[in-house]
Design a binder for this molecule. Structure first.
Ligand code: NAP
Ligand code: MG
Length: 474
């Protein structure tokens, strides 16, 4: 797939989205209540209809076929995502392995669903057991920062367990989800099993999270929206999975291997231009190496090429939108006024990039944990270096946040590493690495970062419920 044929394909999707042909699968691009309603009706009919008779083995075969189609069409998917949300092709193409692995993980889970039997203490000839059943219609609401990968946490689990789905992708980046649904149908998924309603969160997203025909919401997005979804879900006591914002601590001790820690901690934030929920934006560096570390990181940041995301030598693309650009620049320009020292970057990029939403990878030193850049989620390539002296002190600082999504430590000392692993209050902790996710193990948040896990047995269980069965054999 060349870039130009990718563009043609994207154009075709956009035409379909805006097409007036009401017999096409997409009748309007901005979904409203009636569209959500129609999608939920279709998802319910599929859930109770033919899809409910598919065996786990059939669903496993479907997922394997989907994996192969995704692999065969991956170049196109990567281009669509790059054009839609600005992540460089070097990143979107690189997600192939992780996405194929996720699909295979969910395919393996189809055959791994089991209930329990136990010796019972009831009188008579009673056999008792618990069996697992799919919860029903899942509302999937995802953000714009990586739909190419994040959609699979919903689709994979639903297809593995026999649920059905109504997806509401972010209005800023919906196209990779629409193309994937085409591939799902091509693989043989029955009509109605996965439905997409594009449109605004406040309209389509709200309607979905309030809809009485939806049994569970799987949401990834901001903490503010997460709270609204909790409120809307009260209509019918929906079960919820909420992956929300973060302000994750990344802790570098003086004994760390700095050749690994410098690029590791830099890319823990700069990846995807900082638009990653678990970015390690509060970088705690032991005071004795603060100066050297900051300088080396600033030098590393200068080697990163920011620019046209379709250029295969570019590592960082633009931010997603004017709104996000304004927000990030506001934090960048406000930090020195609070007393932070600019150690690298700090500005919007000019020249031939002036018309895009490009910003420099940015580092602030001498930040305190109480400054705005250290407390609020920026969702841009901005690192706050906060000095510390002792392990106890840094744990107190690391946990002084309303969020609890991720955290990391860089050290050669196993006891220091373990002290941080046990002491950081977050759903995921990395040691001498950052941002790795294995679907077998998963990740999730605590505190204001939400609840429910992505990946692992817990993820599959959340798409199932337990049914207790008592059989009187007479
Ligand atoms: P957002 O505003 O919360 O949007 C996320 C999704 O929710 C979008 O599809 C959005 O629709 C929709 N939405 C907005 N208002 C809604 C409502 N009242 N009811 C139902 N749905 C609604 O977040 P964002 O600004 O797009 O994304 C950035 C945020 O996502 C950051 O805070 C980041 O930390 C978080 N995030 C978390 C994770 C994680 O796994 N923990 C991963 C990625 C991002 P529209 O945008 O189309 O209007
Ligand atoms: Mg949004």
């Amino acid at each position: 797939m060349t870039i130009s044929s990718g563009l043609c394909r994207l154009f075709a999707i956009v035409v379909l989205l805006h097409g007036q042909n009401h017999t096409s699968r997409w009748t309007r691009s901005m979904g409203v209540d009636q569209d959500v309603d129609a999608a939920v009706v279709a998802a319910r009919a599929a859930f109770e209809g033919p899809w409910s008779r598919w065996t786990p083995y059939q669903r496993q075969c479907l997922l394997v076929k989907i994996r192969d189609l995704v692999e065969a069409n991956f170049d196109e998917l990567a281009i669509i995502e790059t054009l839609d949300m600005g992540a460089p092709l070097t990143r979107t193409r690189n997600l192939k392995g992780a996405i194929l692995q996720m699909i295979m993980y969910f395919s393996s889970q189809t055959m791994n669903v089991a209930g329990e039997t136990s010796g019972n203490s009831l009188p008579g000839n009673i056999t008792s057991m618990s069996i697992k059943a799919p919860v029903g219609v899942i509302g999937g609401i995802i953000p714009w920062n990586g739909p190419l990968i994040s959609q699979w946490w919903v689709l994979g689990a639903a297809l593995a367990t026999g649920c059905t789905v109504v997806m509401k992708p972010a209005e800023d980046a919906s196209l990779s989800v629409l193309r994937v649904v085409e591939l799902l149908h091509e693989a043989g998924m029955p009509e109605g099993v996965v439905n997409v309603v594009t449109g605004y969160g406040a309209i389509a997203g709200e309607a979905l999270s309030r809809h009485p025909g939806v049994d569970r919401i799987a949401f990834t997005g901001s903490t503010v929206t997460g709270r609204k979804i909790i409120e809307a879900s009260a209509t019918n006591m929906k079960k919820l999975q909420l992956e929300l914002g973060g302000k994750s601590p990344d802790i570098v001790f003086a004994d760390a291997d700095l050749d690994k820690a410098v690029p590791g901690a830099a890319m823990a934030v700069f990846t995807n231009s900082g638009q990653v929920c678990y970015a390690g934006t509060r970088l705690f560096v032991q005071r004795t190496i603060q100066e050297e570390f900051t300088q080396r990181m600033a030098e590393f940041a200068k080697t990163l090429k920011v620019g046209d995301p379709l250029d295969s030598s570019v590592q960082l693309g633009p931010l997603i939108s004017q709104k996000q650009l304004d927000k990030v620049l506001d934090y960048m320009h406000g930090a020195p006024k609070e007393g932070a020292t600019l150690a690298g970057g700090g500005e919007r990029l000019g020249g031939e990039l002036a018309s895009g939403y490009f910003v420099e990878p940015t580092i602030f030193a001498n930040v305190t944990n109480s400054m705005r850049i250290a407390r609020e989620e920026i969702f841009g390539p901005v690192i706050s270096v906060i000095p510390f002296d002792t392990a106890d002190e840094v744990l107190t600082l690391a946990n002084d946040t309303e969020y609890g999504l991720g955290g990391a430590v860089w050290t050669r000392d196993m006891s220091t590493a373990l002290k941080m692993v046990h002491g950081i209050h977050a759903g995921t902790v990395w040691v001498n690495c950052y941002g790795m996710v294995d679907p077998n193990v998963g990740f999730g948040g605590i505190k204001m970062s939400g609840y429910g896990v992505k990946g692992s047995r817990g993820h599959i269980d959340a798409y199932l419920y337990s049914k207790s069965v008592y059989i009187n054999a007479g």
